[in-house]
Design a protein around this ligand. Structure first.
Ligand code: KG4
Ligand code: ZN
Length: 382
């Protein structure tokens, strides 16, 4: 169950090794993430070191239905919580009585799933008499590149641009000033990038979520054999758009099927033209991100760029943003692989950052919300 991975997965180009400044908070932060179908619990110390990060996947429950079944997800969270929380505490070597604050995702996500984690966090906060933090899911992803796999987390830099790429978001955000005030630079106008990966993967018969497998298969194809057009919208416009690329790729798959009768492959034999198509799709999806970064850099300095979210695990994206940083003179903060996908360490960490500013939430008024703008929350708190 622990969401661990091998050694050497930190991939933080040009990252300094300075530790966090001293902080008045000295306990352990328990994080809870139940916004969709993963039940996750993590423990961080006051320096932002991840002592444990446990993620229990429900994929086996939802897969036969081809997507997440909300009612089943809530029930599974309740079923998984005792084991997941016990494992997180045990791995961290702490007891309930050592927990000094509790942070949980309040939204966006499936409301029934969110309610499980948020209600648990409120109950823990009441029973232990410790601060409670209701965290926006995007806030968790945005600051996750500051987490390290082997020590205290890095302090929030004075100025940072954050690219969050996941199944639900394709967002470009600016973080400025000592309190980490966040402003939105760009969003997707239609599909999120991860959603596009999942839909193309689904079309070729891959199980949900298909992004990681599309990425793996794309390594075997030749992107030049199947080029697609990067969505430009208007020149200098920073907004993203993935529905056009998705339609182009689906149409091309239809043409392959019409030609040879099938576009789906199996473990041993994927038609080369499908692999080329996946490679072309991936290259164009990533090229759009790089294009928007170039547009942004043409307008303003970008000292550092953080890249996070499930799609930040994409091999090509990881290579391309590092190359972009070298080309455009920006420090690149890539989220460690183990914190790309949804996890509770990023939620505990975002909670810790707010705790350090003395900014906590009232459990009586914090509510789970399926759709909730991130920046309203930030503007309230900074
Ligand atoms: O952050 P995340 O776990 O959940 C959301 O907040 O959405 O991101 C999940 C998304 C899915 O769409 C999944 O297919 C995608 O991240 N993903 C990838 C890769 N690994 C996961 N997409 C492209 N390449 C990958 N290697
Ligand atoms: Zn996420």
């Amino acid at each position: 169950m622990p969401a661990g991975a091998g050694e050497g997965e930190d991939n933080v180009a040009g990252m300094s090794t300075a530790n966090e400044a001293a902080t008045p908070f000295e306990g352990f932060v328990l994080g809870i993430e139940t916004s969709c179908d993963d039940t996750a619990c993590a423990v961080l110390d006051a320096g932002g070191r991840v002592l444990s990060s446990v993620v229990s996947s429900q994929l086996d429950v939802h897969r036969p239905f081809g997507g997440v079944v909300p009612e089943a997800a809530s029930r599974e969270h309740l079923r998984n919580w005792p084991g997941v929380s016990a494992a997180a505490l045990q791995e961290a070597g702490v007891d309930w009585s050592d927990v000094g604050a509790v942070a949980a995702t309040r939204g966006p996500g499936l409301v029934g799933s969110l309610l499980v984690g948020l209600s648990l966090a409120k109950a823990i906060s009441y029973s232990l008499g410790v601060p409670f933090l209701a965290v926006h899911h995007l806030e968790g992803h945005l600051f996750s590149p500051l987490l390290r796999t082997d020590g205290a987390s890095r302090s929030v830099p004075e100025s940072m641009v954050g690219l969050v790429v996941s199944g639900g978001h394709t967002s470009l955000l600016a973080v400025d000033g000592p309190s980490g005030a966040v402003t939105s630079l760009a969003e997707t106008r239609d599909d999120a990038i991860g959603e596009a990966f999942d839909k193309i993967g689904h079309r070729v018969g891959l199980p949900f979520p298909a992004g990681a497998e599309v990425d793996r298969l794309a390594e075997l194809g030749d992107p030049a054999a199947c080029p697609f057009r990067v969505a430009t919208i208007k020149s200098r416009e920073l907004a993203f758009s993935y529905s056009g690329l998705k339609s182009q790729a689906l149409r091309a798959l239809g043409e392959i099927e019409a030609g040879n009768g099938h576009a789906a492959g199996d473990e041993e034999s994927w038609p080369q033209e499908v692999l080329d198509l996946l490679a072309g799709f991936r290259r164009t999806a990533v090229a759009q991100l790089i294009d928007r970064l170039d547009r942004l850099r043409d307008e303003r300095p970008v000292e550092r760029l953080s890249v996070s979210g499930g799609v930040a695990a994409n091999r090509l994206l990881r290579r391309e943003v590092v190359a972009w940083g070298e080309r455009r003179g920006a420090e690149i903060l890539l989220v460690p692989l183990r914190y790309c996908g949804d996890n509770a360490a990023m939620i505990a960490h975002a909670g810790l950052l707010r705790l350090r500013r003395g900014d906590t939430d009232d459990p009586r008024s914090a509510d789970a919300e399926s759709r909730i703008p991130f920046l309203t929350r930030q503007e309230e708190t900074t």
